[in-house]
Each structure stands twice: as structure tokens, then as C-alpha cells.
Design a protein around this ligand. Structure first.
Ligand code: DAH
Length: 347
């Protein structure tokens, strides 16, 4: 005869079955970890349904307690297991969805940068000369002595070849001290006629101060054609000066010497601050030097195997920082390289 199940245990079993069913449904329904935790507290918290039930066991007659304890603890283990499984499932779901994204949160705007004033100035110089039929070309910043000096008619022993004017590398190459070697590279590759400008970085071992930097930018220009003369050079530079600094700007050529041009000149513009009457920017001269230029020396043509009897040309070279400083009224070259956004944002 199986032992009769006492009423007390029967009703306890009913209660645990009811709790189990309820809990199972609520756990199934929980959509978030927060909801699930509420379910847990509802059953297993200090005042939870199951906790309350466990508390009644000590009040049962001694003989019922073991069975009652077994039932209630089995339920407790079951609920804890179900909760654990659901927690894992919710975590996994969250991971699969990626981080939970609250689409109502305000976004973090990415500030747009702006083109560096030196790049802007080089682009403007390039634009002007492109309109005059010049092609924009590039050359290496690590150069040979031949391209940077020899082919440009700069003799051995010339001061610009000294180590305090040029950065030499261990293998006999150097960091170009001017963009003029691009003239040589282009002429070695291409047949005349040609018109090119070459913007880029140059390097010189100068101590840094308000007007010197060991690295700065130049734009080189070269035109080679039949019967090119000084008037062609003046014409092109006049267009450049007017476009860059305004129609009223005057220009003058001052005789000078460069090894790669003959004759050579330094080119000045009327002071864009005072208009020529004299001020601190132009040291009360009324004029500002902006570039070097001249008629290509026959020796340069010989170096690239162009016949100087059939071809002639002009060349010029300007410092981009100097042009930008004059155009924007900047008094310290270091501003360009310090990456201070309060400065850069103004362009
Ligand atoms: N390369 C010269 C310098 O760095 C600038 C220059 C002067 C370039 C005269 C030229 C030129 O092409 O004809 O000072």
C-alpha cells in the first residue's frame, strides 16, 4: 500500500507548482535584464512568494518538514536556473544587436576642419598659373647634389652647398634646399616647349625664428619655348601679382644674381599694407620682395641636353609662407607649423 500523501504536503505541492508556472511565464515574458530582475525579486526577494513559502516550513509538524523543504528547495533551484538561462539569453541578444543604441540621444557633431593656409596659398598660386597654361608637377624632397646644385649651374664651393645651408644625408643625397631641381627633372624627361610650376617643401638648417623655419614651401616656375624673353616673364608675373594681391599692386624687377638664370632679378611688389608710402611691414621702403626670377642660363639647358641656340626660357621661385604672411598679415612663420587650431580656424 503506498503511503497516503498528507494534505499538508499536497497543498504545498500545489503551491509550488503554481509558483513554478507563474514564474516560468514571467521569465519567458521578460524583455530586458531590468524586467527579469523584477521577476526574480517577486519570487526570491525578501518578500518574494517563494521566500514566504520557505518561511512557513518551520511551522509545519516535524514529520512534514523534510518533504516540504525538499519541494520548496527544488523549486528554488529550478527558478534560479531558469533565471540564469534567461540572463544569458538577454546578454547574448544585447551583444548581437551591438551596443544598445538610444536613438533619442543627441548626436555628437564632428567638426569640419579646413584647408591649411599654406595649402590654400599653394592652391591659389597653382590656379593662377594653370590659367596661364602651366602644368603642376611634383619632385622628390630627397635630392641628389647633381639636381639640387650642379645641373643648376651652382659650382663646387658655392656657399649654398655648405653644410650650414643644406641638410646632407649619409648616402650623399640631401634634403632639397629649393624647388629648382624640379626644373632639371622635368627637362630631363620632357621635350620643349613646356610650362610647369612645382609647389612643395624645401629644407634648410636655419635656426627657427619669426621669419625662418628649417622647412618651408616654395613654388618653382619654368617656361621653355622659342624666343622667350624678359617681357614674357614680366607678363606672367604681372598677372600673378594682380590676381594674388589685387589689381592695384605694382611690381618691379631689381637686378640680382642667381646661378641658374641670366639675367636674374628679385621681384618686388608695392607694399600691400601702405600702398607704397612706407610702413613698418615694408621697413618704410614701400616695396616688398616676393620672388626671384630670370632668363634660364644656357648652362642649365646644356645640362639637360636642350640646345640653348634653339630654346629659351624663364624661371622663377617664390616662398609660399612669405606670400601667405603678406596676404594675410601674419607676422610669425611659426604660426603655420604649430598646429594651433585657434590660428588655423581663421582660414
Ligand atoms: N631657388 C631660388 C631660392 O631658393 C629661387 C629662385 C630664384 C628660383 C630665381 C628661380 C629663379 O627659378 O629663376 O632662393
Amino acid at each position: 500500500m503506498p503511503e497516503k500523501i498528507p494534505q499538508k504536503i499536497k497543498s504545498l505541492r500545489k503551491k509550488t507548482e503554481k509558483i513554478e508556472k507563474e514564474a516560468w511565464l514571467l521569465i519567458e515574458d521578460a524583455k530586458t535584464l531590468e524586467e527579469l530582475d523584477k521577476v526574480r525579486v517577486g519570487f526570491l526577494g525578501r518578500n518574494g512568494t517563494l521566500t514566504q513559502l520557505l518561511k512557513t516550513i518551520p511551522q509545519l509538524a516535524l514529520k512534514y518538514r523534510p518533504e516540504a523543504g525538499r519541494l520548496a528547495n527544488a523549486l528554488k533551484r529550478k527558478l534560479e536556473e531558469n533565471l540564469r538561462e534567461k540572463i544569458d539569453a538577454l546578454h547574448k541578444e544585447k551583444e548581437e544587436k551591438g551596443l544598445e543604441i538610444d536613438i533619442t540621444m543627441p548626436g555628437c557633431a564632428q567638426e569640419l576642419g579646413s584647408t591649411h593656409p599654406i595649402s590654400q596659398t599653394m592652391a591659389e598660386i597653382s590656379r593662377i598659373f594653370k590659367n596661364l597654361g602651366f602644368k603642376v608637377v611634383d619632385g622628390p624632397e630627397v635630392e641628389t647634389e647633381y639636381h639640387n646644385f650642379t645641373a643648376l649651374n651652382i659650382p663646387e664651393g658655392h656657399p649654398s652647398r655648405e653644410t650650414f645651408h643644406t641638410f646632407y644625408l649619409d648616402d650623399g643625397t640631401l634634403l632639397r634646399s629649393q624647388t629648382s631641381p624640379v626644373q632639371i627633372r622635368v627637362m630631363q624627361k620632357e621635350k620643349p616647349p613646356l610650362r610647369i610650376i612645382a609647389p612643395g617643401k624645401v629644407y634648410r638648417p636655419d635656426a627657427t625664428d619669426a621669419s625662418h623655419s628649417f622647412m618651408f614651401h616654395q613654388v618653382e616656375g619654368l617656361a621653355v619655348d622659342k624666343k622667350i624673353n624678359l617681357a614674357d616673364l614680366k607678363g606672367a608675373l604681372t598677372v600673378f601679382v594682380r590676381e594674388m594681391f589685387g589689381k592695384k599692386t605694382k611690381m618691379r624687377f631689381r637686378p640680382h644674381f642667381f646661378p641658374f638664370t641670366e639675367p636674374s632679378a628679385e621681384v618686388d611688389i608695392s607694399c600691400i599694407i601702405c600702398g607704397g608710402s612706407g610702413c613698418r611691414v615694408c621697413s618704410f621702403k614701400g616695396w616688398l620682395e616676393i620672388l626671384g626670377a630670370g632668363i634660364v642660363d644656357p648652362n642649365v639647358f646644356k645640362a639637360v641636353k636642350y640646345d640653348p641656340e634653339s630654346w629659351s626660357g624663364y624661371a622663377f621661385g617664390m616662398g609660399v609662407e612669405r606670400i601667405a604672411m603678406l596676404k594675410y598679415g601674419i607676422t610669425d612663420i611659426r604660426m603655420f607649423f604649430e598646429n594651433d587650431v585657434r590660428f588655423l580656424r581663421q582660414f
